[in-house]
Design a protein around this ligand. Structure first.
Ligand code: NAD
Length: 326
């Protein structure tokens, strides 16, 4: 039976992966540590390593996996920016991923962040909890009629854009790959004219800091930014400065540039060492969730089933329909 070392196990995924591995006839060991070059040693005796989106799969980690005889790296994520793909190719460790799992879960979370910000739901909830029923300071705005700039109209961006059309927003799109469905404009036009900008491109050298100090300057005063894609798409320091100057009216973020050492853990007993993040969450008009846009039962089920299918297919046929190529 194929043996899988499952790194960085979270409670919420156990049920889904136990069921999917039983059905696929794959033996799975749920390990607690994050996959790094130090913990990679734990992969000895396994055929496959299953890795999460914030593992550190750099060259050293891959060398350690290779030395332990790992035959396949199965990512239980769509994004693969945490893997040194060049090193994986050189070391001949094939990498598979879950390219698509309920794009609706992420797109709906983006809408959720936007609605919470536009109707001040986070503030209203805290007020009613302490029996403060005053409405002062809670004036929101309609999404109907607003110009929404969607950067990246792949699977998730397209669902997000269509939901926004349903609200009666005017959707403008920017993507290197265009289709008939949306009104594509230049990135500059998106930056200059949008009331709301939502990011849905992958993180790569071309998209790193796609929203930077210069882009924030080009934006309309009062714009809202939504990022459910990857933290590295936004220059956080520039975002903070634009929030401080009130040029940007609010941000809904599910991802953060330096989330690796923060997200997916309970750090409530510890001192927050990341000063940039501490400043970011101090704004009343910034909503941060810790990379939970994918967290619906539908998405988790699909992630588990596709990951197990990826493994089963590779070991029974040698084929990798969901292979990651650099
Ligand atoms: P996708 O591949 O279907 O779409 C990405 C789109 O970005 C494509 O249309 C592509 O042409 C476009 N693009 C790529 N490079 C570009 C560039 N330089 N300029 C403009 N457009 C560019 O991906 P998807 O499934 O829609 O996912 C998008 C991203 O969402 C993923 O890469 C991942 O980072 C993120 N994501 C986040 C979560 C979460 O829980 N927060 C979950 C899944 C995915």
């Amino acid at each position: 039976m194929v043996k899988v070392a499952f790194f960085q196990t979270h409670k919420y995924e156990l049920e889904y992966f136990t069921k999917a591995s039983d059905e696929a006839g794959v033996e799975i060991s749920f390990l607690e540590p994050r996959l790094t070059s130090q913990t990679a040693v734990m992969s000895k005796g396994y055929d496959v390593v299953c890795s999460f989106a914030n593992d550190s799969v750099d060259r050293d980690t891959l060398v350690a996996l290779k030395n332990n005889g790992i035959k396949l790296l199965a990512l239980r994520s769509a994004g693969f920016n945490h893997v040194d793909m060049q090193a994986a190719v050189e070391l001949e460790i094939p990498v598979v991923r879950v390219p698509s799992y309920s794009p609706h879960s992420i797109a709906e979370h983006a809408v959720c962040l936007l609605l919470a910000l536009s109707r001040r739901i986070h503030k209203a909830h805290m007020r009613t909890q302490s029996h403060n029923f005053s409405l002062d300071g809670l004036v929101g705005f309609n999404l109907h009629g607003k110009k929404v700039g969607v950067i990246g109209t792949g699977k998730i961006g397209a669902v997000f854009a269509n939901i926004m059309k349903g609200f009666g927003s005017e959707v403008m799109a920017y993507d290197i790959d265009q289709n008939e469905e949306f009104n594509y404009v230049s990135l500059d036009k998106i930056l200059k004219e949008s009331d709301i900008i939502s990011l849905h491109v992958p993180l790569n050298p071309k998209t790193h800091h796609i929203l930077n100090r210069e882009s924030f300057k080009k934006m309309k005063k009062g714009v809202y930014i939504i990022n459910t894609s990857r933290g590295g798409l936004i220059d956080t320091k520039a975002l903070i400065d634009s929030l401080k100057s009130e040029h940007i009216a609010g941000a809904g973020l599910d991802v953060y540039e330096e989330e690796e050492n923060l997200f997916f853990q309970d750090l409530s007993e510890e001192i927050l060492m990341d000063d940039l993040f501490a400043r970011l969450i101090s704004f009343p008009n910034v909503l941060v969730t810790s990379h939970q846009a994918f967290l619906t039962s539908e998405a988790l089920n699909q992630i588990a089933v596709v990951t197990m299918e990826n493994i089963k297919t590779y070991f029974s046929t040698g084929e990798m329909p969901n292979q990651v190529l650099p």
